[in-house]
Design a protein around this ligand. Sequence first.
Ligand SMILES: Cc1cc2nc3c(=O)[nH]c(=O)nc-3n(C[C@H](O)[C@H](O)[C@H](O)COP(=O)(O)O)c2cc1C
Length: 414
Amino acid sequence: MRRLEDFRLHLGNHELVPIVIGGMGVDISTAGLALEGARLGGIGHISDAMVQTVSDRRFHTRFVSNKAKLYKYNAANSDKSAVIFDLGQLAEATHNHIGKTMEAKRGDGLIFINCMEKLTMNGPRETLRVRLRSALDAGIDGITLSAGLHLNSFALMEDHPRFRDAKLGIIVSSLRAFQLFLRKTARLGRLPDFVVVEGPLAGGHLGFGMDWADYDLITITTEIHRYLVAEQLNIPIIAAGGIFTGSDAVTYLESGCAAVQVATRFTVTRECGLPDNLKQEYFSAAKNDIEVNLISPTGYPMRMLKGSPAIGAGNRPNCEAYGYLLDGSGNCAYITSYNREVAAHPDAKKVSVPDKTCLCTHMRNFTCWTCGQNTYRLKDTSHRLSDGSYQLLTAEHVFRDYQFSTEHNIALPD
Ligand SMILES: Cc1cc2nc3c(=O)[nH]c(=O)nc-3n(C[C@H](O)[C@H](O)[C@H](O)COP(=O)(O)O)c2cc1C
């Protein structure tokens, strides 16, 4: 009976435990969680989603309040095109978050940053350019491109001195998306160092439509594996989404994947950035408490707990402070929905917006409880204490359980 420990992920000169802790914004995959992944010999992710907020929390900078002050005059205006990011400050915040994380790194593993293209920040190209390049400047080991096709992202880093030495890869949910990416980046003479293939059971945004249940991860990884073999391309596949036990992981490694990316099981660890009381919501969730809906203004379906306060909330858009989802013209689908409800209920003190949510505000406040499909199984991974709560786990415990378990066993904590 093979264990995940019997495999290794080779990335350049690195030989790694084939466990990648996936990026979870906004600071759900904290530096502390990513550092544990690296210390234990795998790969940990931090995320650059709302990095200015993250820098303010970690380092007491004042990026968000300063931005809010600067654009306060615009708060009641539904045209947000004037609300732009100061690129110098964006670079500084990225530098703070990544630089301090990399300084603290111990062990043989690696730390990557998850970079979502859908964070268009009222200036998609220039903000993404700064995010990617300042991550490289700050010494990140690798970048995982996500939430988008990223057809120009490699080109944005092309002339950076670390473009060929940092580990760069992308998350896709279909062979077609991956082929588009490869075709577009072919002229740069640099293949991605890895591809994360994320299936429909993942947390966060999904790379599928509302027909997500018609797809399954093993079919997609197998298809991409066959394609890479046929094209003689040596790009390690990292399978993600719904891999809950070490034995699940071994199935993917035996089918040609080089590693797995996992997240849900780490949401109930001490190192995870969710508030502890919210971790209990994740532990106690039933299958029926989880849904995939379309309230994210990105247009991608997103999985979350039905009890998320973000669902149906009607707060005034907070773009002056945040504004991460503003497209290149200062629009966000939530603003449109919010204005519609305000116009329909002119006398209401508060409105409810059923179809979209102010994702920046709710991810920032941990009131959008995004989760993987297997969240309802978390209760089987720990002890229930006498007060009815569940014992939090350590990242090391979960990591080692993936690494050493067999026969779908899940080790309970001491
Ligand atoms: C709470 C949570 C937040 C997530 N946030 C992000 C994110 O910001 N960006 C991203 O690319 N993936 C995100 N994901 C997806 C994970 O990185 C990972 O690929 C996936 O959830 C793995 O499947 P699993 O959760 O079943 O182990 C998130 C997942 C969870 C559970």
